[in-house]
Design a protein around this ligand. Structure first.
Ligand SMILES: [Zn+2]
Length: 285
């Protein structure tokens, strides 16, 4: 069973002389693979070492490529990647908000050292065409701030019927960044979901979320403008960000949702952002 979160006795910044040492310490178990993960449990750790031509490491923010389909010698992609094994493991960690240990490799291939650099959360995942023309899965990971972004969860791995104290785990909640533009967009729709027409009423005001169609931030760089925002209920927002459905240019829903989005004359959706989402939705299938 995988251990998520910090490993007792291993401080951030700890250095390991080899993959074997990393494995023995329980920081990253697989001897070769960059992702320690599976579709059932999720992914508990990754090694970032520039093995993929499309990887980008900004320190607290990482754009990481899934596993498979690359030639270890040339580092070039020679086949499509599949949404299985560790690749699906990282999607499960995204879905469940599980923390991922990040280890960075330094030095030449045969004499590489490894440093444990702390916990990250999978912020988004998507399918893309890599530089070499093959399908790759990509993930953005953001370093967890232990003070503000996380809530302790004591009940994740407690086996049934034991009296052992629960391991304290770190789990990220979905962070919704609401901007003035998305607030105005939601008001136009009276906080009613544009895809399923749900309106969540509660004392103090209805609740909806502004969903960016082309995601904000690197590497998507979608704009924070109302023509790139949908007013969605949280359920539809999760499905939309997780590539469960997309939207055709005429507003028809494709994938897990049926019907058509509700549009408002005061809120124009730019079709080029819908095309961006659709392209990644189709690639992820
Ligand atoms: Zn909805």
């Amino acid at each position: 069973m995988k251990v998520f979160g910090e490993i007792e006795g291993v401080d951030v910044g700890s250095v390991f002389a080899s993959r074997q040492e990393l494995g023995r310490a329980g920081v990253h178990a697989p001897p070769m693979a960059g992702i320690s993960g599976n579709p059932k449990e999720g992914a508990d750790s990754i090694v970032v070492s520039g093995g993929y031509e499309d990887d980008k490491d900004y320190g607290d923010f990482i754009i990481y490529t899934g596993q498979g389909g690359n030639d270890p010698n040339t580092k070039k992609q020679i086949a499509d990647q599949e949404l299985t094994r560790g690749n699906m493991g990282l999607v499960v960690s995204y879905n469940r908000g599980l923390p991922v240990r990040v280890i960075r490799g330094f030095g030449p291939n045969l004499n590489r050292t490894y440093q444990y650099d702390g916990l990250y959360s999978v912020e988004r995942w998507w399918a893309d065409t890599g530089r070499s023309g093959f399908r790759i899965f990509r993930y953005t990971l953001r370093k967890l701030d232990p003070l503000s972004n996380t809530i302790p969860q004591g009940d994740i791995t407690i086996p049934e019927g034991t009296s052992e104290p629960p391991r304290i785990e770190t789990k990220t909640v979905r962070i919704i960044r609401d901007t003035a533009v998305s607030e105005a967009t939601k008001a136009i729709h009276n906080y009613t979901c544009q895809t399923c027409s749900t309106r969540l009423e509660r004392p103090g005001g209805a609740y909806a979320e502004g969903a960016h169609i082309q995601p904000l931030g690197r590497p998507h760089n979608g704009p924070d403008t109302s023509d790139n925002i949908l007013c969605l209920c949280p359920n539809c927002h999760v499905l939309f960000d997780g590539w469960a459905f997309s939207i055709a240019d005429d507003g028809s829903l494709m994938g897990q949702l049926q019907g058509k989005i509700t549009e408002h004359r005061k809120h124009q959706i730019n079709r080029k952002y819908l095309a961006y989402h659709r392209e990644h939705y189709l690639k992820a299938k």
